[in-house]
Design a protein. Structure first.
Length: 346
């Protein structure tokens, strides 16, 4: 992108951190023009979880067709693309490499910059794509398969980590508990569906770190408590539904309590929720009620943007370019960061 370029700009976003291939086109003036996601759930289902090598190969197969699909839907020529934003981490190394190498090659072919983006920053900013977007500052609750974090967000690139998961993330605990109950993959949605037919309180599960006095999370012990129940009682289908309901209540109670405590401490009445677990209906009910109780409000991304997608990456990249960030020319050399703490961003 040339210095002093006149806006608007069109940014392609490429997401390939795990088992979804996402590509989108974002216009800094018109908003999201088009996006497409291919999920690998069916491919990994037979293995009960993501197989990294298979995921990487599938990303390679999907990237070009998805790009063509998005450009056609947006009636955009390749010559009209001004920048490429891609997920550089965190995530599976091979999957990240597939998207990053494609993005860097596309950038060089088109003569436009390619900007590495943090996957979680994309999730964090995704609610800003909504028509009714929150204003800065706000508290953010990131809940996904790999992360459970509370952040204080003052602006793009201004993130303060308040609390993190000490072991299993919320989404990971959902998936592992679903497996203990004999449910399919992906476990989180399957457990939530079963929980809707159960009765919370019929069995008792702990609320880990609910009264710890800080913003840390721990869900490994909760999963172990479910394991103990299953091994000791050989539950019937109805009892499994009750366990699922109680498990969901335990997780959502802890998440809601910590999120409200963070809002109170920082005297902020806006809470942003992002990540795949943010689509959980019971979590949304609890958070909405909890924030309303202190005169606050919760902001969510669109349901289709809760899971991994290229739209959040395109938007995040555009925001960084708009604030004057200039990507270095890679000359064919670039790096991915499978482990990349969000609070290291600036």
């Amino acid at each position: 992108m040339s210095k002093g370029r006149i806006l608007p700009m069109r940014v392609v976003g490429i997401e390939s951190s795990c088992d979804e291939t996402g590509i989108a086109l974002y216009d800094s003036e018109k908003g999201l023009l088009a996006h497409a996601v291919h999920t690998q759930v069916a491919m990994h289902e037979a293995y009960g979880g993501v197989v990294p090598e298979l995921a990487s190969r599938d990303h390679v197969r999907r990237l070009i067709p998805l790009l063509e699909q998005v450009l056609t839907a947006a009636a955009c020529q390749r010559s009209e693309i001004d920048a490429i934003a891609y997920t550089a981490g965190p995530g599976l190394a091979g999957a990240l490499l597939a998207g990053a190498s494609f993005a860097e090659a596309l950038g060089q072919a088109l003569g436009v910059p390619a900007l590495p983006v943090h996957h979680l920053e994309g999730h964090l900013l995704s609610p800003l794509l909504a028509a009714d977007a929150p204003e800065f500052p706000f508290i953010a609750l990131l809940v996904s398969g790999g992360h459970t974090q509370l952040m204080c967000v003052s602006g793009v690139g201004k993130y303060e980590l308040l609390g993190d998961s000490l072991d299993d993330a919320a989404g990971e605990a959902f998936d592992k508990t679903a497996k203990l109950l004999g449910l399919g993959y992906p476990g989180g949605p399957a457990l939530a569906q079963l929980a809707a037919t159960g009765r919370p309180g019929r069995c008792k599960l702990p609320r880990p770190m609910l009264h710890s006095g800080d913003f840390s999370f721990s869900f490994s012990g909760l999963k172990t408590a479910v394991l103990t129940l299953v091994r000791n009682s050989d539950p019937t289908p109805a009892e499994k539904a009750d366990i699922a309901a109680e498990f969901q209540e335990a997780v959502t109670e802890v998440l809601a309590a910590k999120a409200v405590a963070a809002c109170r401490q920082r005297r902020l009445l806006r809470l942003v929720v992002a990540g795949g677990v943010g689509a959980n209906r019971r979590l949304r009910e609890r958070l909405d009620a909890a924030l309303a109780g202190i005169g606050g409000r919760v902001f969510y991304p669109e349901i289709e943007l809760c899971t991994d997608n290229g739209a959040m990456i395109a938007f995040c990249g555009a925001q960084r370019l708009l604030r004057g960030e200039t990507p270095a020319v890679s000359h064919g050399a670039f790096a991915i960061r499978p482990r990349w703490p969000l609070d290291q961003l600036s």
